[in-house]
Design a protein around this ligand. Sequence first.
Ligand SMILES: Nc1ncnc2c1ncn2[C@@H]1O[C@H](COP(=O)(O)OP(=O)(O)OP(=O)(O)O)[C@@H](O)[C@H]1O
Ligand SMILES: Nc1ncnc2c1ncn2[C@@H]1O[C@H](COP(=O)(O)OP(=O)(O)OP(=O)(O)O)[C@@H](O)[C@H]1O
Ligand SMILES: [Mg+2]
Ligand SMILES: [Mg+2]
Lengths: 254, 254
Amino acid sequence: MRRVIAVANQKGGVGKTTTVMNLGAALAAMGYRVVVVDLDSQGALTASFGYNPYQVNPSTTELLLQPELSLGNILRGGGERLDVAPASAELLSAEYRLLKQPDRTHRLKNAISAVQDDFDFVIIDTPPNLGLLTVNALVAAGELLIPVKTDYLAMRGVRPLLESVWLIRDKINPKLDLLGVLPTMHPPDSPHAAAVLEELRSVFKNRLFSTTIPMDEAAAVAPVTRQAVIDFKPDSLVAAAYRRLAEEVSDALR
Amino acid sequence: MRRVIAVANQKGGVGKTTTVMNLGAALAAMGYRVVVVDLDSQGALTASFGYNPYQVNPSTTELLLQPELSLGNILRGGGERLDVAPASAELLSAEYRLLKQPDRTHRLKNAISAVQDDFDFVIIDTPPNLGLLTVNALVAAGELLIPVKTDYLAMRGVRPLLESVWLIRDKINPKLDLLGVLPTMHPPDSPHAAAVLEELRSVFKNRLFSTTIPMDEAAAVAPVTRQAVIDFKPDSLVAAAYRRLAEEVSDALR
Ligand SMILES: Nc1ncnc2c1ncn2[C@@H]1O[C@H](COP(=O)(O)OP(=O)(O)OP(=O)(O)O)[C@@H](O)[C@H]1O
Ligand SMILES: Nc1ncnc2c1ncn2[C@@H]1O[C@H](COP(=O)(O)OP(=O)(O)OP(=O)(O)O)[C@@H](O)[C@H]1O
Ligand SMILES: [Mg+2]
Ligand SMILES: [Mg+2]
């Protein structure tokens, strides 16, 4: 299989971290070997697995700044068949230090290539901007998954994101494909959200996942328990949705 | 009065833009003269007033790159006693171009100082990161308002934000004060959210606004209509909450 998936959207709070955590855990539960990579200096993914972004070392900061390190050198346990490449808070200053490096956009890609045969999926969480860290994810990835909360302000950000992505595809990474747009945090009883979902469906057609991730408190509570919601509350609506998403992703990339 | 308020939180999707829009509109409705400033290249605040971040010129991009411009030169109408300093999509590249300038952290402060006497409040929306644009807002401001969605991942970001803020206060802007932490997007029936709110109350004490902004679909729909929610649906729970917030802010700064 050997797929590298970037999960990105410069709009904040749309469920990027939650999707990386739970898609990763659900694919691992299906039997795949998965690595999730945290490229956000806030370290929400790292903290959701119980690691401390203020102490963890080595992290993706060292991975990006020290070309002799490979992804395998920084992995931590995340569950059965699931490993985590944690972020440290210093990742922010790493971004500035990388600006002067000629291979600044390819650091992550090079770090992953050495171990890619050991895993079926590498899934990368990104910060809410299109800076150098997110560009590293888009250069390293073969697939892009875009979570979009079903509301107007989140929807308006997708077109500019895709414009930047096609630029990266034309100039640096011709292999990058849109895996799909994922509706997230969808409230069950909101006419506005339903209208946004319809709009996404008519614009993205078969590029919109058939799975919609519902708004479900269990998703917000799970990180407190250091578990993916598919383990914390397996019978919740959101857990079922992420399991369906994992099926869709595995079928699409077979 | 003449207050400059930065609304900031590097965590994405916590209600920064919604708070700037509605606090601004509610203070204008109370009779104050207000300017809201958009420093996010996504231009959510700009679009919420009906302006197009891909076409608007001059914008905060020109304001930051051309020191001879002052805030007054770029203002657009936003309603009675309410003006908008719109953002353009180029703001992102402006951030890189500013890096080399010696006065890069003070550009906004200098642009505002020329017109500060003409307005009672200047309220600044920031992107979901602590980059140079947000630093400009924190240097220009006398007050900081931090919106925090009442969930675990949003809560964990407040301490690192405050650490960066106190650094800016010590090194660059000794006048910067914490106006308050504002609980936002609070669902009425979630034990988790209620627990987070309690935690915020015990940590921030009188620095937590007594107003809590409820989760209310009207807030997500209002930007589609190019209106603040206090005008779009004045009898909604969220409109009432933002009116109460405006009272609290005006009382605190009298
Ligand atoms: N399906 C859901 N139902 C309810 N809450 C959710 C759901 N998905 C995510 N959340 C909560 O909403 C908040 C935003 O989600 P998350 O942090 O995953 O978004 P993000 O896009 O990674 O944010 P950022 O842009 O800050 O990185 C989190 O507190 C999360 O726990
Ligand atoms: N009280 C509320 N109830 C329901 N929805 C809300 C509320 N406040 C904001 N929203 C919606 O939630 C989303 C996030 O809010 P908003 O865009 O204001 O956050 P932000 O912090 O500015 O995000 P970003 O980090 O991307 O700049 C928006 O779609 C907004 O319409
Ligand atoms: Mg995240
Ligand atoms: Mg915003």
